[in-house]
Design a binder for this molecule. Structure first.
Ligand SMILES: Nc1ncnc2c1ncn2[C@@H]1O[C@H](COP(=O)(O)OP(=O)(O)O)[C@@H](O)[C@H]1O
Ligand SMILES: [Mg+2]
Length: 247
């Protein structure tokens, strides 16, 4: 864990995510865009929560703020016991925060072209100090869970879009981060594979007490969420989901 300290009595449950009154304005003056007006959201460890909203409603902006990729304009974000943003960053080392505590699954799988699939997945644990053999064993286990283990020795460019997406999901899980942020992770996948991805995310949440946010408008997976946040015009509303069983 990092040496970070909460500055206020409000905290999420250990490992969880808490966002309060978050606002993000792009640009300034006449051309300013208020992408997030007032976002409030909580994800407990062990939960997979959906974030659903029309195009341009601020979903990606919210994930990028929470992932410390862009800076919010105001509000508060807490990861576990640590306030990471409160009208300004409260963490000195945002790189370490991103590397050790947050797993990202993006729409486009940004795999490293000159590493084979296995090492793309094993890289982060290796960088975090895990022995290479152990990191590769974990990578193979994840690739197997995602049914793409037969591509372990291939280079990313040799894979189909769906295979690349599954590899990028394995990579996001490899470090066992306490938080996973997924932006449309199942968009290029067929129904069976999309549900397999949701099964893995739910297992991960349950077994490792990960807090997971999945941005989606994929009708195939929306019934799997127990809780959904709808975002519209930069504001969130919480709603109960169907929570359909996955196995
Ligand atoms: N870098 C940026 N500069 C200016 N405006 C942006 C930028 N990124 C997103 N926006 C605007 O912010 C709003 C929310 O965008 P985004 O978070 O990408 O929505 P979504 O992911 O829900 O489609 C949109 O109006 C979009 O045009
Ligand atoms: Mg988006």
């Amino acid at each position: 864990m990092n040496a970070m300290h909460a500055h206020s009595p409000t905290t999420a449950r250990p490992g969880g995510i808490l966002i309060e009154g978050l606002r993000k304005v792009y640009g300034a003056g006449d051309t300013a865009v208020e992408a997030l007006k007032n976002v409030n959201l909580q994800v407990n460890p062990g939960e997979v929560v959906g974030l659903v909203g029309p195009s341009g409603s601020g979903k990606s902006t919210l994930l990028k703020c929470l992932g410390a990729i862009i800076e919010p304009t105001s509000g508060r974000m807490t990861l576990g016991q640590d306030v990471i943003y409160d009208d300004g960053w409260k963490v000195g080392d945002l790189r370490t925060l991103r590397r050790d505590r947050i797993g990202f699954v993006f729409q486009a799988p940004y795999l490293i072209p000159f590493l084979d699939v296995l090492d793309n997945v094993a890289l982060l644990p290796m960088l975090a100090g895990m022995p290479n053999a152990k990191a590769r064993a974990r990578a193979l286990e994840l690739l197997t869970a995602l049914d793409v283990q037969h591509r372990a020795k291939a280079e990313p460019s040799q894979l189909s879009g769906g295979e690349q997406q599954r590899v990028s999901i394995a990579r996001a899980l490899a470090n066992r981060p306490p938080v996973i942020l997924a932006d449309e992770p199942t968009a290029p996948l067929d129904s069976e594979r999309a549900l397999a991805v949701m099964r893995i995310l739910n297992q991960m949440a349950h077994q490792a007490q990960t807090a997971i946010i999945v941005v989606t408008h994929d009708e195939k997976i929306i019934p799997t969420f127990k809780r959904i946040y709808h975002i519209r015009d930069g504001q969130t509303v919480e709603e109960a989901g169907e929570g359909r069983a996955l196995d």
